[in-house]
Design a protein around this ligand. Structure first.
Ligand SMILES: NC(=O)c1ccc[n+]([C@@H]2O[C@H](COP(=O)([O-])OP(=O)(O)OC[C@H]3O[C@@H](n4cnc5c(N)ncnc54)[C@H](OP(=O)(O)O)[C@@H]3O)[C@@H](O)[C@H]2O)c1
Length: 228
């Protein structure tokens, strides 16, 4: 069987780096992107010289994303996983947050991931998967007020993907909005309930379980559907 290829966008550290490592360990060909030099990705490439390619892109740079798509022209991406995201002003509300922090989050967490999906979708065959890292906090139905501004950026991501899914249904892609759980990374912090090892292998299992099942789903690492 031909080796499957996954593109992980935003893989310099944290969950994205772990996604790249997990797929490499499972024998996949991985294209992993970072914004700049990533020592962690470079050392992963030493372990997997034949199967890890490193690309550079800032997801907020439209021309850069288009250029990445052009560099990958002719490639078959079985899975595209857009992981990049930021958390700013997590304790703040609209009255106390800086507008710049909020706009940065909306751009990085909502607008840019869907723009990347639009640029990259023609490299994904029918039956392939486009996954975007959202959060349990993106659920409007379950909202409890925590990380209010960040949560709204992930809810916006979910909404943008609803529109994307309707417009591009003919692609036959599996579209996944992925909630990985609360994980100890730079963003998740030390109090988070899960280690990276307790989340990411389950996320990769869940992506596999959904392969070849077209349509949009908002799912946790156990492949359970979350309320929008
Ligand atoms: N940790 C959690 O508990 C948790 C829970 C739910 C959802 N998530 C989501 O999971 C994803 C990864 O989070 P994490 O916990 O691994 O966070 P992290 O440790 O802060 O890592 C964030 C990653 O996103 C990249 N990134 C940020 N802005 C980018 C941009 N403009 N262009 C390209 N890459 C960019 C970062 O690259 P640089 O190194 O260049 O900054 C880094 O690789 C995010 O979407 C986050 O919202 C996390």
């Amino acid at each position: 069987m031909t080796k499957q290829t996954v593109l992980v966008v935003g893989a310099s550290r944290g969950l994205g780096l772990a996604l790249a490592e997990e797929w490499l360990g499972r024998g996949w060909h991985v294209i992993a992107t970072a914004r700049g030099a990533s020592a962690a990705l470079a050392s992963l490439a030493e372990r997997f010289p034949a199967t890890l390619e490193i690309e550079t892109v800032d997801i907020n740079d439209a021309a850069g994303v288009a250029a990445l798509r052009d560099r990958l022209a002719g490639r078959r991406l079985d899975v595209v996983f857009v992981n990049a995201g930021i958390a700013r002003a997590i304790e703040a509300s609209p009255a106390t947050a800086s507008e710049a922090d909020y706009l940065d989050m909306m751009l990085t967490n909502a607008f840019s991931p869907v723009r990347a999906a639009e640029h990259l979708r023609d490299l994904v065959p029918a039956g392939g998967t486009i996954a975007l890292m959202t959060s349990e906090l993106g659920s409007i139905a379950n909202a409890g007020g925590g990380w209010q501004l960040y949560s709204s950026s992930k809810a916006a991501l979910n909404m943008l993907m609803k529109g994307y899914a309707a417009k591009n249904a003919a692609d036959g892609h599996t579209l996944l909005l992925v909630a990985p759980g609360w994980v100890r990374t730079e963003m998740g912090g030390d109090d988070a309930t899960l280690s990276i090892e307790e989340s990411i292998p389950l996320v990769v299992d869940m992506i596999g379980a959904n392969q070849g099942k077209p349509g949009l789903r908002y799912v946790d690492r156990f492949n359970g559907e979350l309320p929008w």
